[in-house]
Design a protein around this ligand. Sequence first.
Ligand code: NAP
Length: 264
Amino acid sequence: MKYALLDRGDRLSRELSEQFQTQAKARGLIYDEEAPDTVVSIGGDGTMLQAFHRYKELLDRVAFIGIHTGHLGFYADWQKNELVELLDLMASSEPRNIHYPLLHVDIVTTEGKETHLVLNEFTLKSGDGTLVSAIHINDEPFEMFRGDGIVISTPTGSTGYNKSLGGAVIHPSLEALQIAEIASINNRVYRTLGSSVILPKHHHCDIVPPDPGEELIIGVDHMLMALTGVRSITCRVAEKKVTFARYRPFTFWNRVREAFIGSV
Ligand code: NAP
């Protein structure tokens, strides 16, 4: 097995990363930053987002594993005291690979088109106060949004920003995207649905700002960027999926319970 490793950069994650490399070498695992077949993230779910974007060009051939140096995460579901167990399994057995849906975003600007692959969510806010944008679903006008912003998430991202906005938690076996509103203005003049909307794989949505001259702030997972000249943004479930290597069962609903509810 050839693996790459990315850690959060704090002392504990760095120490664990060093231990991992020493013990991996002793078990015959090869460190290969350029062409790994397994990418190990040590830190938190945020670290996994960074690992994903670093290796997203290799999605067809890599599987990700996350070790959490704090509490259990959604992508980082091994804990720091389980390092030896994980390494033994990596050295001696084949994992069950599971595949999770991603979001594909095309942004058409006055300069051309840019495309993003998203693991958690795509966010859109105005660079200057209230965001105004038309939302179309499958090329039909759906609503005129006015408010703080829009978050479009993947099923695994549904437990992140989306959940804080009152969006539903979606099981990642469902190939879907979810549109959630951030503080929409709803009165006699402006009207949105007010609840989040879940689209299946064969549907898409377009966000069309009325003025391409306006500065927008777009978020692709943990990365924020300012963009002007935006004509339209199209979001759909991506053709590609991300693969996670599972060496033991840990169901999605157990992860949700552990993260948000605790013992019952
Ligand atoms: P951050 O602001 O440092 O951390 C945000 C928190 O979200 C961390 O506790 C992180 O877990 C957790 N998280 C990330 N992905 C998650 C997921 N799929 N399900 C449940 N929790 C998740 O930012 P960051 O570490 O760079 O992560 C960026 C993410 O933060 C975004 O993709 C977005 O989902 C989330 N976010 C949430 C809000 C909100 O809830 N109001 C606002 C902005 C962004 P770890 O501690 O394990 O890393």
